[in-house]
Design a protein around this ligand. Structure first.
Ligand code: EPZ
Length: 417
């Protein structure tokens, strides 16, 4: 298994177009099951999670053909209703296939999804949503059997779950009657999913707000979609420059999708300028970053839980103490062990962390234990004195398209061996 060698202390400079968003393309890939005509997905990131979704589509009988950064999916031949445990455990988003599969086939048998170890990853909200649409859902022996064509209905999510909102949308679009989703998640990826489904002929409104309505009974045709820029990869790139010092222009991302991150980096002492589809950031290495009193993760448009780890790596060398509260997952501090090895002064109490800034971090051998935690360790290594050896790259490659290419383009000494 390869590892990453990172020489810290090198200021970063340049411009980078950010990859397509993992968390947008994954539900869109599942949504391709809803039409028997080809779907063209451009700006599609090359990630292991995308490979896992393509593998599920192939298993179900669809074809997927790469043409450069464009993926063409044709689900006309989809004729399977089961997804085996191996494919389901490959990632969290495998559960996203349940809604469209039962809408297309009238039944589906899956097992429980995998994904980053961030604490319990229940799917009760997903199953309650499909039940509200008239599907019969049975769980037993580690399997989930979903039967009956969805008929539309009202779904009231107890929590604005991103995945449950997306599963409900994908199933609702394939339902006969109309559907209303209350307390829906509001992420930009959900807005793009609505746009994608409407491109195929669906009638979905309200995404970006808490109430989404879906007109049922529409037959979907094929279409094209270009995946929005990945706001979390952009946040990780900006965090790397904020930590190491330098100047970067990030292209291909809507600054509004990560405005809470930009606000924090400005409060820490970075200069930030945003345009329609780019963000410029500069951090003067001579001026230490300043801590901010507290940072709490929250559903969009709050501070994104996926940016918590990379941003914590920035504040590990800020002047003062920053208090982090992780409200979305019970075990999302896996990166702290590695930051400790690099000299960070962080104390964890349950889902809160006190980060007391130190003058410098130093290189160490560290291991990524989840996707965004891996991003955080790379950010810290860019700021650290000396060499860091980072392994666990299989986690990083799930969501970052060649992390070393992105930072290397800005001058970082980051090499995969
Ligand atoms: C999506 O995961 C993202 N993944 C995650 O990004 C992200 O951290 C998360 O949303 C929150 O923004 C994808 O989009 C592929 P949730 P998801 O359902 O849908 C609880 C990354 O790094 N919950 O919004 O799984 C759950 O336990 C990944 O790119 C239930 O209780 O997140 C959690 O506490 C990591 N029952 C909270 O809701 C359910 O049925 C938020 O989960 C579903 C969720």
């Amino acid at each position: 298994m390869s590892v990453m060698y990172i020489e810290g202390g090198v200021p970063l400079e340049g411009a980078w177009r950010v990859q397509g968003a993992k968390n947008s393309v994954l539900p869109i890939l599942a949504g391709c099951l809803l039409t028997k005509e080809p779907v063209t997905i451009s700006n599609c990131p090359r990630l292991s999670d995308v490979d896992a979704a393509v593998d599920i589509l192939h298993h179900l009988g669809a074809t997927c053909v790469w043409e450069g950064e464009t993926l063409v999916v044709d689900a006309a031949g989809a004729n399977h209703t089961c997804i085996d445990q191996g494919r389901m455990r490959a990632m969290r988003s495998s559960i996203m296939f349940l809604g469209p599969l039962v809408a297309r086939m009238g039944k589906a048998k899956v097992s429980y999804p995998g994904g980053c170890e961030l604490g319990p990853r229940p799917i009760d909200l997903h199953l309650e949503a499909l039940t509200a649409l008239g599907c019969q859902v049975h769980e037993g022996q580690g399997e989930i059997l979903c039967q009956g064509r969805p008929r539309g209905g009202v779904i009231h999510l107890r929590f604005p779950s991103v995945g449950a909102t997306e599963n409900a949308m994908l199933c609702g679009v394939g339902a006969e009657g109309d559907t209303t989703i209350l307390n829906a998640a509001r992420e930009p990826e959900i807005v793009q999913l609505q746009q994608f489904l409407n491109t195929l002929g669906a009638k979905v409104t309200g995404a970006g707000g808490s109430v989404i309505t879906i007109r049922g009974g529409c037959t979907l045709h094929g279409g094209q979609v270009s995946i929005i820029g990945d706001r979390i990869v952009a946040a990780t790139l900006l965090a790397g420059v904020a930590a190491a010092g330098g100047e970067v222009q990030v292209d291909g991302v809507d600054w509004r999708h990560l405005s809470t991150v930009l606000q924090l980096l400005e409060q820490a002492g970075c200069q930030v300028r945003s345009g329609v589809d780019h963000i410029w950031l500069r951090r003067d290495r001579g001026a230490p970053l300043r801590a901010v009193p507290s940072i709490a993760t929250a559903p969009y448009p709050g501070f994104p839980t996926d940016a918590q780890a990379p941003i914590m790596a920035v504040f590990a060398t800020a002047r003062g103490t920053t208090f982090f509260r992780e409200t979305m997952f019970s075990n999302r501090f896996g990166h702290v062990a590695g930051l400790h090895k690099m000299g960070a002064d962080i104390t964890i109490h349950g889902t809160t962390a006190w980060v007391r800034g130190v003058r410098r971090l130093h290189g160490a051998s560290v291991t990524a234990t989840d996707l965004r935690g891996g991003g955080a360790l790379a950010v810290a290594a860019l700021a650290a004195e000396g060499q860091t050896v980072l392994d666990g790259l299989e986690h990083i490659d799930r969501g970052y398209e060649r992390l070393e290419k992105m930072f290397g383009h800005l001058g970082a000494k980051m090499e995969r061996r």
